[in-house]
Design a binder for this molecule. Structure first.
Ligand code: ATP
Length: 139
């Protein structure tokens, strides 16, 4: 079975939406295999967002992501990587489909970063890399 790394970003924790996000994951039938609440430092985020380094939204993104605690979860299930991304909806919360986490619960606040509540790994390679960063010691 597949594993993915899910983050409830600082906007989700601040808005008390952790339970709502985890509820949707569990209701879909996926399982939590690891869970933590923590404030990420820049080093962890530099690893996590290495592919975006140099892009215009990179600095505001790291700033936002280190602005408060996030919930990191390892979630397991058949095809969970694409399954969670379908649950999350598209990156831009304004146009994310209703019924998705972003579509139902997030919007544009006019800031320099899309505050879109959640992250989910986009491939098996990213998932393995991200799980290693957030949960060193987990296979
Ligand atoms: P995630 O990887 O967090 O699930 P994603 O795969 O939909 O989101 P990425 O392209 O990996 O999006 O971008 C990572 C994050 O950077 C986005 O979730 C969003 O918070 C922010 N971001 C991406 N593109 C932009 C942009 N053009 N303007 C502002 N913020 C952005």
């Amino acid at each position: 079975v597949q594993r993915t790394l899910v983050l409830v970003k600082p906007d989700g924790v601040r808005r008390n939406l952790v339970g709502e996000v985890l509820r949707r994951i569990e209701a879909k039938g996926y399982s939590l295999v690891a869970l933590q609440l923590r404030t990420a430092d820049r080093e962890l985020l530099a690893g996590h967002y290495a592919e975006h380094e140099g892009k215009p939204f990179y600095e505001p993104l790291v700033e936002f992501m280190s602005s408060g605690p996030v919930v990191a979860a390892v979630v397991e299930g058949q095809r969970v990587i694409e399954g969670f991304r379908a649950l999350a909806g598209t990156t831009d919360p304004t146009t994310a489909a209703p019924g998705t986490i972003r579509g139902d619960l997030a919007r544009d606040w006019g800031l320099r970063v899309q505050q879109n509540l959640v992250h989910g790994s986009d491939s098996e390679e990213s998932a393995a890399r991200e799980i290693g960063l957030w949960f060193p010691g987990l296979g």
